[in-house]
Design a protein around this ligand. Structure first.
Ligand code: JHZ
Length: 392
C-alpha cells in the first residue's frame, strides 16, 4: 500500500461526548490513506477494531433525512419490478429505512449495532444483531439461499473484503443479485471531499477496484447507476459469473473509462489530491478566521461523521463554530469528538441570530436549502468546503 494522505490523529468519528466525559482524554487514531496499485483500492492504513465503532451506542440513523428515505423507497420499487426476488437480505440495515418497504416475511436484515437492530425488530422484522461474516452467512444460507442481497454504505466499513465477498457468495442463490451502494471514489476526488475519509470508511471504492476484487470471488458487475446520495455514490448490480441471464451493460465500461481517464489507476493522481486537500484546509481556516475577526456568528448544520475529519484536521473548535444543529436524538446535547463543539436540537435557522452556517451535511445541501429558504432570503449565508472552501 502506498501512502498518499495524512489526516492526522483523529478521534472516532461517531463517538459523541456527553457532558460528563467532556474533560476525559479522547483516544486518537492515525488517519492515513493508502493506494494499493494491484487492486487499485484506496483504504485506511491503520484500522480501528470494529467493536469500538459499531456497537449498541451507534448514533447514526439513516431515516433522519427525507433524501435518504426517498432514495430507499424508490430503489425498493425498482427492485420489486426488475428482479422480483422471493427473499431479500440487507447487510447493514441501520434503523430499517430500506426493510420497511418490503413484506416482513420476505426480507431479513443484519445490523451489528444493537440499538439500531432493536428499532427494526420492534416493528416485527427479522434482524440478526451481528457482524456480517462467513459464519453468519452460513447460518442464514442453511435455512434458505438468498435471491437478492442489498448493502448500502456498509461493505466499505468492513475490514476484510475477502471475508465479505466469500460470505456473500455463499449466501447468494446461483442466479441471485447483489446490489452494492457506496460513495464513489471518483466523485470524492473530484469534489475534494476528503471528509469521506474517517475511521469507519475503511475503503472508498472505485469501479476499477471492485472489478478486480469481485473477480476473485467469481462475481461481476453487470450494471451501474449513479445516485446523488452521500455526495455521489455508485449503485453496483452484481451477479455470479456463471449467471448468463444479464448482459454487461454499457454503464460498466463507461465508468471504467471515466475512472481511468481521471487517473484512479495511477498513484500520481492521489498525490495531487493530497496537495489539493492541504490547500483546502488552509483556505477554510483563513475563511473562518476572517469571519470571526468581524465578530460574526457561525454555527454548524448536521453533526456528521464527515465533520469530525474536517474539524480535527483543520483544528476548528467552539471558538469558531458556536454549536451544531442536528435532528438526531442520539446526538442532541452531546459534543462532537475532538473539537468538542456542542450539538443542539435542530431549530429553523434564525437570520437575526446567526450570520453563517457551516454545512457539515453538505451532501444534503438541496434538502437543507429547501428547508432554510427564509434564512437564505434574509441574507443568511452558508459555508462549504466542497469543492473548495467558499461562502454560498
Ligand atoms: P450523513 C454516516 O455518515 C456514517 P455521516 C456512516 N459511516 C456512513 O457511511 C454514512 O452515514 C452513510 C443531520 N441532518 O448522512 C442528520 C440534520 O440535522 O451525511 C445526520 O446527523 N438536518 C454510516 O454522519 C447528519 O445531518 C437535516 O436536514 O457523514 C447527516 O449525516 C439533514 C438532511 C440531516 O452521514
Amino acid at each position: 500500500m502506498k501512502k498518499f494522505l495524512n489526516l492526522g490523529p483523529q478521534p472516532l468519528a461517531n463517538s459523541y461526548l456527553t457532558k460528563k466525559n467532556l474533560n476525559r482524554k479522547e483516544k486518537k487514531f492515525k488517519l492515513e490513506l493508502g493506494f494499493d496499485p494491484k487492486n487499485y483500492l484506496v483504504s485506511i492504513i491503520d484500522t480501528v477494531p470494529k467493536e469500538k465503532m459499531f456497537n449498541e451506542n451507534y448514533p447514526y440513523k439513516s431515516s433522519e433525512s427525507f433524501t435518504m428515505r426517498n432514495s430507499f423507497k424508490t430503489l425498493s420499487s425498482k427492485i420489486k419490478k426488475r428482479f422480483r426476488p422471493k427473499n431479500i437480505l440487507e447487510i447493514g440495515s441501520n434503523d430499517g429505512i430500506f426493510l420497511k418497504n418490503f413484506n416482513k416475511k420476505t426480507i431479513i436484515g443484519v445490523e451489528p449495532c444493537k440499538n439500531l437492530a432493536k428499532i427494526t425488530q420492534k416493528k416485527g422484522f427479522k434482524v440478526y444483531p451481528e457482524y456480517w461474516d462467513v459464519k453468519l452467512s452460513k447460518k442464514i444460507a442453511a435455512k434458505k439461499k438468498i435471491d437478492l442481497i442489498y448493502s448500502a454504505n456498509t461493505l466499505s466499513h468492513i475490514k476484510n473484503f475477502s471475508q465479505i465477498f466469500k460470505a456473500i457468495n455463499f449466501a447468494l442463490n446461483k442466479n441471485g443479485i447483489l446490489i452494492l451502494e457506496d460513495p464513489s471514489l471518483l466523485e470524492c476526488m473530484k469534489k475534494n471531499a476528503y471528509d469521506q475519509f474517517y475511521c469507519e470508511h475503511i475503503y472508498v471504492f472505485s469501479t476499477i477496484s471492485l472489478v478486480k476484487i469481485l473477480s476473485n470471488f467469481d462475481l461481476e458487475i453487470f450494471d451501474i447507476e449513479k445516485t446523488n446520495t452521500h455526495g455521489g455514490s455508485n449503485r453496483y448490480f452484481i451477479k455470479k459469473k456463471q449467471n448468463k441471464s444479464y448482459k454487461i451493460n454499457q454503464s460498466v465500461r463507461k465508468n471504467i473509462y471515466k475512472e481511468k481517464k481521471y487517473g484512479l489507476n495511477n498513484f500520481k493522481t492521489y498525490k495531487n489530491f493530497s496537495k489539493r486537500i492541504l490547500n483546502s484546509k488552509n483556505k477554510l481556516i483563513k475563511l473562518l478566521n476572517k469571519i470571526k475577526i468581524n465578530n460574526k456568528k457561525i454555527v454548524g448544520y448536521g453533526a456528521t461523521a464527515k465533520s469530525c475529519t474536517i474539524l480535527n484536521y483543520c483544528n476548528i473548535d467552539n471558538n469558531i463554530i458556536d454549536y451544531f444543529y442536528d435532528t438526531t436524538s442520539f446526538k442532541i446535547g452531546k459534543y462532537l469528538p475532538g473539537s468538542r463543539i456542542k450539538i443542539k436540537k435542530y431549530k429553523k435557522l434564525n437570520f437575526k441570530k446567526i450570520d453563517y452556517v457551516f454545512l457539515g451535511a453538505w451532501n444534503f445541501k438541496k434538502e437543507i436549502f429547501n428547508k432554510e429558504k427564509t434564512f437564505i432570503k434574509n441574507g443568511g449565508k452558508f459555508i462549504t468546503h466542497i469543492p473548495s472552501p467558499k461562502i454560498i
